[in-house]
Design a protein around this ligand. Structure first.
Ligand code: SF4
Ligand code: SF4
Ligand code: SF4
Ligand code: FES
Length: 640
């Protein structure tokens, strides 16, 4: 059963909403088609299609800057202007819905001169040097300057910066000197994520992107998701990059540097080397990392499997508390793997913090294990170990710097690297990733399962948890309920998914959980209700529904990922990230899952071994509570 989420009022201030042009979300909804002639080529398109999209259908590329396929139309940069017969002025192709037959000319002299003029004007206020910019060779402004033959600054060029660079956030660096006021970041933060950290302030030449009260980003409500970075066309927004520190650690002979890699970067890093989206390079990446100088390469999926056992046990304990003892238990339980979502809840719905699973994210679990279990096993001093995490996400940089993330006695994860940053390190080592030989992960965490891999896609944590909870509770093979153990109702990019699973029979309690449960009888006949949401705008719909006592308040378990599409659409992934690219990355992730011999977390032999050797009290035991679980912080709604 799929529930339709209730509509929520949009939080975008009127100033931003007014800039939107009403273009039908699905042009065919208007019914009928219309003929349009573009540069002499005729094409029939559904009514309401923009000139930009119609041109794409006949292979004509019109340049864009403020346009982004994930965002509503802004029509502010005018770089996409075209001539339309009968119209006195040039028209913005991205904001012109075709409602009657028209003749369009996309590259006339008048059009080219106008575009050149726009680029020149942008550059006249743009302080930055491409060779010292992290977007060099991947910058849309630079590409436009090249395309329109800019070889001198016709309207001058600023000689000094007008804005201070804001380094206050663990995740995002803001450099307004390179901003072209396309407002993609604003629309991302307000419309897509419904956080509302940044806005356009001022008028005319005083316009600039600003935070609440112009405070540093690290002092205002920002969930660090980096979605704004991923959509920024220039170097005005970038992630806080620790690659110099990581290189320093690698070159320090006294340091043992280990890296864990998450599944989403592995499914996307090929894009940074010119490969089509959806080309997973998991095992070539292992080779590259060793050649870069990392001492050990571990698979975050190992910790993802551990997360499922800890988080799944926690859910069963909450259900036991509610159903057997009749005591209040914080249900629905929310997943806690996504640091953007966790911070969103801390800011906007702190009254539900108890509902968050206390299980740390796989990144943080792994960090704590490396500096305890692994250090002891290898005879290493934890202070000499440097742990690095390759993540799709800029919020992971914030997460590893949370003061409570030091349960090993040290900072559990020293540095979070995004996919883009690691690609830079690999290029700096002179390696062509796709051409490298494949190699495996290192022991003792070399075994992972397909369940760990699918953490990278929205619905993946839920699917992994259901595979384990259903088998451990019902004592049946998931394959008997879902073909190939693929729980398809929780897959896909629908904003909110909902599933009910009746538990018609229960099996024996497995030895791993025997210290916590005598039997599963309390679950017999119950119906497990779960939901999945991705992107914080969807999370907000779920939370508002829960507050109203709506259908989602009856759920037992809800997965929320802060980024659209889940981790595969993380803010640290290669840009651009579009709906098609997210789909391709998801396919790569599910293909990798299908290829694993072991696809369920509770069957991971290395995870079972760590419970035998180290977390001897089992899941949710004292030691795992100390190292693998955490707590959360109530935060302000306006400032940090
Ligand atoms: S933002 Fe683009 S144009 Fe500006 S300095 Fe960086 S690479 Fe060059
Ligand atoms: S990181 Fe996320 S929350 Fe922060 S400003 Fe960017 S889009 Fe908004
Ligand atoms: S910061 Fe980037 S995305 Fe935001 S308005 Fe400036 S150029 Fe556009
Ligand atoms: S891309 Fe059309 S107005 Fe900016």
């Amino acid at each position: 059963m799929n529930a339709k989420p209730p509509a929520s009022p949009r939080r975008a201030p009127a100033s931003q909403q007014a800039q939107s042009v009403a273009v039908a979300e699905c042009p065919t909804d208007l019914g009928g088609t219309v003929g349009i002639t573009i540069n002499g080529q005729e094409v029939k398109v559904p009514l309401g299609t923009t000139i930009l999209d119609a041109a794409r259908q006949v292979g004509i590329r019109i340049p864009t800057l403020c346009h982004h396929p994930d965002l509503c139309v802004a029509g502010v940069c005018r770089i996409c202007v075209v001539e339309v017969d009968g119209q006195r002025t040039l028209q913005a192709a991205c904001a012109y819905p075709v409602m009657s037959p028209i003749q369009v000319h996309t590259h006339t002299r008048k059009v080219r001169m106008a575009r050149r003029h726009i680029v020149d004007l942008l550059l006249s206020e743009h302080y930055g040097h491409c060779y010292a910019c992290n977007r060099n060779n991947a910058c849309e402004l630079q590409a436009l300057a090249r395309e329109y033959g800019v070889d001198f600054f016709r309207f001058g060029h600023p000689e000094r910066p007008a804005f201070e660079i804001d380094h206050s956030s663990y995740s995002v660096v803001r450099d307004n000197n390179k901003c072209v006021l396309c407002r993609r970041c604003v629309r991302t933060c307000i419309d897509l994520q419904e956080v509302g950290t940044i806005e356009v302030l001022g008028r005319g030449s005083a316009s600039h992107i600003a935070t609440f009260l112009e405070k540093p980003l690290g002092s205002v409500v920002c969930i660090n998701c980096g979605q704004c970075i991923n959509r920024c066309p220039t170097g005005a927004l970038r992630a806080n990059d620790p690659t110099d520190e990581v290189w320093e650690a690698i070159h320090d002979p006294a340091k043992h540097v280990v890296i864990q890699t998450a599944p989403s970067p592995r499914a996307a890093i090929g894009e940074s080397f010119g490969e089509p989206a959806g080309t997973a390079r998991t095992f070539e990446l292992n080779t590259a990392l060793r050649m870069c100088g990392f001492d050990r390469v571990f698979d975050t999926n190992f910790a993802a499997d551990l997360t499922i056992l800890e988080e799944g046990t926690e859910l069963l304990l909450r259900l036991q508390k509610a159903l057997v003892r009749g005591e209040p238990a914080p249900l629905p339980q929310f997943t806690s793997c996504s640091p953007g979502w966790v911070k969103y809840l801390e800011h906007f719905y702190p009254e539900y913090l108890l509902n968050l699973s206390t299980a740390k994210s796989p990144q943080q679990m792994f960090g704590a294990i490396i500096k305890t279990y692994y250090a002891a096993r290898e005879g290493l001093e934890p202070k000499d170990i440097v742990t690095v995490a390759l993540m799709p996400c800029s919020a992971k940089k914030f997460e590893c710097n949370r003061p409570e993330m030091d349960d090993s006695g040290f900072k559990d994860v020293d540095y979070g690297l995004t996919t883009r940053e690691l690609a830079k390190m690999i290029r700096e080592t002179g390696l062509d990733l796709p051409r490298l030989p494949r190699s495996d992960f290192d022991a003792p965490f070399g075994t992972a399962t397909g369940s760990g891999v699918i953490f990278g896609a929205t619905g993946g944590v839920m699917e992994a948890a259901l595979r384990t909870v259903l088998e451990l509770v019902a004592g049946i093979k998931v394959e008997d309920l879902f073909e190939h153990a693929d729980i398809k109702p929780v897959r896909g990019f629908e904003g909110i998914k909902y599933l009910e699973l009746p538990i018609t029979r229960v099996g024996p309690v497995p030895p791993l959980l025997a210290h916590l449960f005598e039997s599963w009888d309390f679950l017999k006949g119950a119906t497990l209700k779960v939901a999945v949401a991705h992107g914080t705008a969807n999370a907000r719909k779920v939370m508002e529904d829960i507050k109203r006592g709506g259908p989602f308040s009856q759920c037992h378990f809800i997965e929320v990922m802060g980024c659209p599409g889940g981790c595969l659409g993380g803010g640290g992934q290669p840009a651009p990230t579009t709906p098609e690219i997210r789909r391709a990355r998801a396919q790569a992730i599910y293909a990798e899952d299908a290829g694993y011999a072991v696809r369920k977390s509770h069957e991971n032999p290395d995870v079972l071994k760590i419970y035998r050797e180290f977390f001897t009290e089992g899941p949710c035991g004292a030691r795992s509570h100390h190292l693998l679980h955490t707590h959360y912080t109530e935060r302000g709604r306006f400032i940090e």
